[in-house]
Ligand binder design. Sequence first.
Ligand code: DX5
Ligand code: ZN
Length: 216
Amino acid sequence: MSIRIAPSLLAADFANLERDIAMVNSSEADWFHIDIMDGVFVPNISFGMPVLRAIQKHVQKPLDVHLMIVDPDRYIETFAALGSEILTVHYEACTHLHRSIQKIKGCGMQAGVALNPHTPIQSLSEIIQDIDLVCLMSVNPGFGGQSFIENTFEKVKEVKELIENKKTSCLIEIDGGVTNKNASKLISCGADVLVAGSYVFGAPDPEAKIQLLKKA
Ligand code: DX5
Ligand code: ZN
């Protein structure tokens, strides 16, 4: 399977969402990455359920929803009803992570766990067999357009090793500061999914940027 590309709608033009969604639909991108922020877990608020409901009507590719919110269990059923195919919660935001994962799967979605840049990979050792995706934050969550944290390359290799040692399968997604400058190295370290916001939507020809990442 070639690298999957998940453009982050956080960097789209919110006054022209339908146009930007159509661009992703017709591009080589694989998923839509949706960033939900609550102003508590991260120092920013993005958008919520009514906007996602509007987005859902237009997308023709899987919704990869990244919850940057405290106590995400409160909304798991809601995000399932809104068409999320993959639902990712933060390790740092879940007191009972195993329960959250079971609940996500019980609602028929794939379960992802995101790690902040300072959280060690070993934190996943007792949960890696139960999840479908690990999202490594390569910036501090909360904002698009930040610079990629170089230490991520080592973390990708470490999580790949953990997955192999535990004889399980799980996708490795990288989120934050992804561009054509770090994409091929991330892939060679073991990344399966690249999220890209400002690199894609900040360009005059976003489809061409998606194509560049796809070929990295
Ligand atoms: C950051 C979000 C990212 C963000 C990535 O908290 O989780 O998905 O949209 O944006 P770029 O690619 O601009 O770093
Ligand atoms: Zn994200």
